[in-house]
Design a protein around this ligand. Structure first.
Ligand code: ZN
Length: 326
């Protein structure tokens, strides 16, 4: 059956409605195009899947508590992998004594674009806790944890970032550092934690970076990152900039309210070296009523590529959109 011819008025209405639809489409498209135009190359390429593979690879070595076999294998793997990406890589060896046991520890450091006048530091601890002291089963509390989230997750995001920085150099100098000896501490004694960042802050191998961002426990499958209180005290401007960026990017993990105060690697950086550092951490793993932190449930199955992607996407946008004004 042939369609009936519409009268002129019908054509006009149809034309107007098409015009409105087109305008609506453009209104959606324009902001998207402007956002894309404002982003520089490399920004949109952070891969949660690649990052998750870096997490699984670290866990494949087993627990990475200082002195263990997994620790030694993972140390070599991290040095080799970072060396594939960074302009220069070096290590910072040091010793600590815990309960009369002395450990040889090592911070692993990779640098990008170090000739730039502006310099930021991105860090995560790579060691894992020697004891599952929060496990529900008392018989397993002396065994080391796998540390998929508490250990591997922050490093996994930074390795994927390092890969991007290799492909597309950042606009400022970036140092990526994998701290050792973060998790050898005794509960109730905060200063027995964060040994690697403490040693680094006391023995800076280069001039003081302008600021720093620490990642810890960022792989939680149910990721909720409120603002850590020491971070806000140490560098409220950077906190506001990051959380605003997360809002613009619509990354749902980032919650715009104050959460816990955590003694993590960012605290010695500020207290000992005056590096105003912030900590991106989800301390409720997986949520307020269940706890996998320092237990044998800290495994890859309780982490997700999507969570790593959210944190990595925020950092890529933050770094690549920094203006240098050199
Ligand atoms: Zn821990």
């Amino acid at each position: 059956m042939r369609p009936k011819l519409k009268n002129k008025d019908g054509y006009f209405k149809s034309f107007i409605s098409r015009l409105i639809t087109l305008t609506e489409h453009l209104m959606f498209l324009l902001p998207a195009m402007m956002t894309l135009a404002a982003c520089k190359s490399g920004v949109t390429n952070f891969s949660g899947d690649n990052s998750f593979q870096f997490l699984e690879k670290q866990c494949s070595f087993g627990p990475r508590n200082p002195g263990s076999e997994g620790y030694k294998s993972c140390r070599n793997y991290l040095i080799e992998t970072l060396d594939n990406f960074a302009d220069t890589v070096f290590t910072q060896p040091f010793q600590v004594t815990v309960d009369k046991d002395t450990f040889d520890l090592v911070n692993i450091i990779g640098r990008f674009q170090q000739e730039s006048n502006h310099h930021t530091l991105l860090g995560a601890h790579w060691d894992t806790r020697p004891w599952a002291d929060r496990d529900l089963n008392p018989e397993l509390r002396q065994d080391p944890i796998l540390g998929a989230n508490d250990g591997a997750s922050g490093v996994a995001v930074l390795l994927e970032l390092a890969r991007l920085f290799h492909e597309s150099p950042p606009p400022i100098a970036v140092t990526i550092i994998f701290f050792d000896g973060e998790d050898l501490g005794k509960e109730g004694d905060p200063k027995s934690y964060a040994m690697g960042s403490s040693y680094f802050a006391d023995n800076l191998p280069f001039s003081t970076p302008e600021n720093g961002i620490i990642l810890d426990m960022v792989g939680d499958i149910d990721l909720n990152i409120s603002i850590e209180r020491n971070s806000y005290r140490q560098n409220s401007e950077l906190v506001k900039a990051l959380w605003k960026q997360a809002e613009t990017l619509r990354l749902p993990a980032f919650k715009n309210w104050l959460g816990y105060a955590v003694y993590d690697d960012h605290v010695p950086l500020w207290e000992k070296a005056q590096i105003p550092a912030v900590d991106i951490i989800d301390f409720e793993y997986p949520n307020r009523s269940v706890n996998f932190w320092h237990t044998h449930q800290d495994v890859p199955a309780n982490c997700s590529p999507r969570s790593l992607w959210q944190v990595g996407t925020l950092l890529t946008h933050y770094i690549y959109n920094l203006e240098t004004n050199d």
